[in-house]
Write a protein that binds this ligand. Structure first.
Ligand code: MSP
Length: 530
């Protein structure tokens, strides 16, 4: 592969989700964000690998399957399918869906284990401590609530364990990790998460156990089949497996040529240590390159508590998407919650924001402008040379900066900022129509001014739709089609290249417009139950 081709690749992963239960809005949140970033990079013409999947081994899954009276594999098959189906409903474009029970993954786990074994980083020891099965993690006594309950799963008690396990020599990598964080300050994002990790690591790293004796549902340890491989050791490797081309043999070599290391691991803040500390150390031990960045976002909360399957306070994304459609959900969660921070879900607020931003500001802007263009300009984009629009014109000056501003925001995963910048052009356009009053210009016979105004507004609506397309691809497609394009933002083709379409002034003059129709139907709050 040429270096140019390698440069134009982009890869992003979500965590792989536990299949102990159906997906909830918290799991959908990470995946929507990853999809938006993947789509943005596709718009930019990159060859993108968007990786997600399911985490199917370990005690939590084993117990859930037992309680349901199913074999673990049958249980995993059923629940993995629920994730695949939700991603389709949420309009997620997945390139690789990796399941940890697949034979391809097993091959990678064994090859990787062997390398770490040969590095001398695995040894047998005695593990004593409190284990939270919901986190699949040993906890320090001081991390637990009274009665040894885990703060993330306050209705579940951690369990005391005292058993022989194989350990990974994490402590050996203390200084190499510190060096990594200082050489690559962007490795952990946002800053608050980086600080958490620095503080954790500065307290001194302890080796961690990577095998279990009481869990059958996992890959047997090659060096001692009485043990299975710890679910997290196995799970992290899914990112490597996912990089192997689908037709290639599952080997580390092929993962390297297929795209490992990924650019961004997008995760929730609860699993930061695994990704920012354990994982880079494991990769160093196996002599594999490290990922570009680990970004830990916040939690979705309901009434202030982390939304989670264990707490039973989840919002059902299948129900939400059936009632409101995928664009609404994608937009709300990415616009409303500053990415990196926690955010609460409130249905009334959800509806207000969508109605205000998409139905009123964006939808009405397009609709009213199209109708004027039908009437005053014979359904065609007015013939206006951009050079005739003064540089200080509010729409031109805002529009000319927008592509770059929004690019920077997407690159920093600052979705709210991207939306705010785009919406600010949309709001300015609505105000501009009110102030310039094209209907008056028409009556006064000022056709040149009229066309300049209408062009500016149409073009601003187009640019807004283009830059919002990673978040609301269906709405953006509808806007583009009404503007006379045959572009579909759900097709991964190059029909609307970034170099031209991200610039204000790209709307071709003389283009015949399509039929005006509402781009986003106003939402109503469901009637309260009687
Ligand atoms: N299986 C592990 C990840 C292994 S990755 C190699 C896991 N799975 S999980 O299903 O419990 O969680 C997956 C992701 O969903 C995590 O990033 C977690 O932070 C995220 N969320 C789960 N509940 C969440 C909220 N309430 N809000 C936002 N994200 C949350 O951990």
């Amino acid at each position: 592969m040429s270096s140019k081709a390698i440069q134009s690749r982009f890869s992003i992963s979500t965590p792989i989700y536990y299949v102990n239960d159906l997906p909830h809005m918290g799991s959908a949140y990470t995946t929507i964000a990853a999809d938006a970033i993947a789509r943005f990079n596709r718009l930019k013409g990159k060859s993108v690998l968007m990786i997600t999947g399911t985490d199917e081994h370990g005690q939590k899954i084993q117990r859930t399957a037992e309680a349901a009276g199913r074999s673990p594999q049958a249980h995993c098959d059923q629940y993995a399918a629920a994730f695949v189906s939700l991603w389709e409903k949420m309009n997620i474009q997945t390139d690789r869906f990796i399941r940890t029970t697949s034979a391809r993954h097993e091959a990678i786990v064994y090859e990787f284990f062997q390398r770490v074994w040969e590095s001398g980083d695995i040894y047998m020891g005695q593990q004593q401590g409190w284990y939270c099965v919901s986190c699949e993690e040993f906890k320090e006594e001081r991390e637990l609530l009274d009665d040894h309950h885990c703060p993330l799963h306050p209705n579940k008690a951690a369990e005391w364990r005292d058993e022989q396990n194989y350990f990974f020599r994490l402590s050996k990598y203390q200084s190499a990790l510190e060096q990594l964080y200082s050489d690559r300050p962007d490795f952990i994002q946002p800053e608050s998460r980086r600080n958490e990790v620095l503080s954790f690591v500065s307290q001194g790293l302890q080796d961690f156990s990577i095998s279990r004796v009481n869990v059958e549902w996992g890959f047997p340890l090659p060096v001692n089949p009485d043990h299975t491989i710890y679910v997290w050791f196995d799970a992290l490797l899914s990112y490597v497996t996912a990089c192997v081309d689908l037709e290639a043999e599952p080997t580390l070599e092929n993962a390297l040529s297929g795209g490992w290391p990924v650019d961004i691991h997008l995760i929730g803040k609860d699993i930061l240590r695994f990704h920012a500390v354990y994982w880079p150390a494991m990769l160093m031990s196996a002599n594999l390159p490290l990922p570009g960045q680990v970004f830990g976002h916040g939690f979705l909360t309901k009434d202030g508590q982390k939304m989670g399957k264990s707490l039973g306070n989840v919002i059902d994304p299948v129900d939400l998407v059936a009632r409101y459609g995928s664009d609404a959900i994608r937009y709300y969660f990415l616009k409303e919650i500053e990415f990196g921070r926690d955010g609460d879900f409130n249905e009334a607020r959800f509806i207000n924001i969508l109605n205000a931003d998409l139905a009123n500001d964006l939808g009405n802007l397009l609709n009213r402008t199209l109708k004027m263009v039908y009437k005053y300009c014979d359904r065609q984009v007015p013939t206006v040379a951009i050079s005739e629009i003064p540089a200080e014109d509010i729409l031109r000056s805002k529009g000319e900066m927008l592509g770059e501003q929004v690019t920077q925001a997407y690159q920093a995963l600052a979705f709210s900022q991207a939306c705010e910048a785009i919406l600010s052009l949309v709001r300015a356009s609505n105000k501009y129509v009110d102030e310039q009053a094209p209907w008056t210009l028409y009556k006064q016979g000022k056709q040149v001014e009229l066309e300049r105004v209408l062009y500016g507004v149409l073009e601003s609506a187009r640019l807004a739709a283009y830059l919002l397309s990673p978040l609301i691809p269906n709405v953006s497609t509808s806007i583009y089609q009404q503007l006379g394009y045959s572009v579909d933002f759900n097709q991964q083709d190059a029909a609307a290249p970034f170099e031209t379409h991200s610039l204000w002034g790209a709307l071709p003059t003389g283009q015949t417009l399509g039929e005006a129709m509402p781009v986003f139907q106003r939402l109503e709050l469901p009637a309260p139950p009687t």
